[in-house]
Ligand binder design. Structure first.
Ligand code: GLU
Length: 448
């Protein structure tokens, strides 16, 4: 064992088997991402100052957005935007509208965005925003006013070369259109590059709407190849039927995968012979949930996670695969379409059981990748065809998958740990190149 291997072995032996703080399992996503980043910096033998820079966002803006409701009263909504680190480029990441979104969650989400950019090799830092709101409770006019109001608050800190928002949970191209319009009005000129995921007529990219789901499917194909399996004839279950869950289900079913179960916030549906995803999409659009589709058997989240199937796709929110649900998983491949769906105990359980995990920061990075393509197209004032976009996305996702897989082999690590090593390693390279950190040379080849 040479010196480097000894250090890595020692660092590994010091890692707690389960991530606990004062005997309590860590479920705060901010603490989880900090711990995983810190572990990666140790394995890479980075100086402590590196983790000091990495461990928290550079800036978090918190603001209150007044909206005149249809009733005439003024209501204040709480909004926030976290910008993690700008070492690779301007901050980049979505804005989510959710009644439970909170500061620690948004901070963690911005840190995951930095890692995604590192893994995919795209020139961005991590950003993420949120407004505490249940958008279903607002009229369209109220929603538009809220979206525009948030952009007025963010205006000093966002911009095409500063921070570029995009859609996330419960935000749509239509909302991006209002946001772009508001920012452009404030600047007195059209600024399409400030927002991605916008409607195509305003400079949005072909293929952006489907990009996250498409990227998820590309990584599943790669995982299946490594396992020597064929997608055709496999079975899958999906948690979440928003943009990412529904597109992933649709694209998987087009590849011959039988989607046997889906759950969403309103309930779940199970059909062993396979669900017709196109019909289900129409149904869910009308009713707001997959529950009750064709009077098929209902399905709880607990049942979904423990289903007999080949592929499990968590495409909802954080902390779904836990000490409770993790050990019940029977799927061969878990594709993390959501951000942060797995807590450390859930990850341990899956690794112990030999589940092939495609970690979120690799699996769902197709969205931000096509956002990057959108930003590039806007800069060139031209539009690529959907085919061009998808081909480029395929290329980026498969290269990233290979980089992570190679790291996994080289370090005998889990897929998540490997993804963190690649992501953190690239941020480190950029910090060195900028002269932020001296006297350190990369012990592991991250520049594959
Ligand atoms: N919200 C997506 C994500 O979590 C996309 C972000 C973007 O396109 O900037 O990756």
């Amino acid at each position: 064992m040479d010196h480097k291997e000894k250090v890595i072995a020692q660092v590994k032996s010091e890692m707690p088997v389960k991530e606990k703080k004062n005997g309590v399992e860590i479920t705060n996503p901010f603490e989880i991402v900090q711990k995983l980043m810190e572990d990666a910096t140790k394995t890479l033998e980075l100086p402590a100052s590196f983790y000091e820079i990495l461990k928290k966002p550079k800036r978090v803006l918190k603001t209150s957005i007044p909206v005149r409701m249809d009733s005439g009263e003024i209501k204040e909504f709480e909004g926030m935007r976290s910008q993690h680190i700008d070492v690779l480029g301007p901050a980049k990441g979505g804005i989510r509208f959710h009644p439970k979104v909170n500061e620690d969650e948004v901070k963690a989400l911005s840190m995951w965005m930095s890692l995604k950019a590192g893994i995919l090799g795209i020139p961005y830092g991590g950003g993420k925003g949120g407004i505490i709101v249940d958008p279903r409770e607002l009229s369209e006019r109220e929603l538009e006013e809220l979206s525009r109001g948030f952009i007025r608050e963010l205006e000093p800190i966002i911009g095409p070369d500063k921070d570029i928002p995009a859609p996330d949970v419960n935000t749509t191209p239509e909302i991006m259109g209002w946001m772009l319009d508001e920012f452009s009005r404030l600047k007195g000129k059209n600024v399409p590059r400030v927002i991605t995921g916008k409607p195509i007529i305003l400079g949005g990219s072909e293929g952006r709407l489907e990009a996250t789901g498409r990227g998820v499917v590309y990584t599943i194909e790669e995982a299946a190849k490594h396992l020597g399996l064929r997608l055709d004839g496999m079975t899958a279950v999906v948690q979440g039927f928003g943009n990412v869950g529904s597109i992933t289900a649709k694209l998987l079913s087009e590849k011959g995968v039988k989607i046997i179960g889906i759950t969403d916030a309103g309930g779940g549906v199970y059909h062993e012979q396979g669900l017709d995803i196109k019909e289900l999409m129409e149904f869910a659009k009308k009713t707001g949930s997959v529950a009750g589709f064709k009077s098929y058997e209902s399905l709880s989240n607990k049942e979904l996670f423990s289903s007999e199937c080949d592929i499990l796709v968590p495409a909802a929110l954080e902390n779904q695969i836990t000490a409770e649900t993790g050990p019940t998983i029977k799927a061969k491949i878990v594709a993390e379409a959501a951000n942060g769906p797995t807590d450390p105990e859930g990850n341990d359980a899956m690794e112990k059981n030999g589940v092939f995990v495609i970690p979120d920061i690799l699996c769902n990075a197709g969205g931000v990748t096509v956002s990057y393509f959108e930003w590039v197209q806007n800069a060139m004032n031209l539009a690529w065809t959907e085919r061009e976009v998808n081909d480029r996305l395929h290329n980026k996702m498969t290269v990233a998958f290979d980089d992570v897989y190679r790291m996994k082999q080289e370090k005998n690590a889990g897929m998540r740990e490997a993804a963190y090593l690649v992501g953190v390693g690239r941020l480190a390279e950029a910090m060195i190149a900028r002269g932020w950190i001296k006297d350190w040379s990369m012990p592991i080849e991250c520049n594959a």
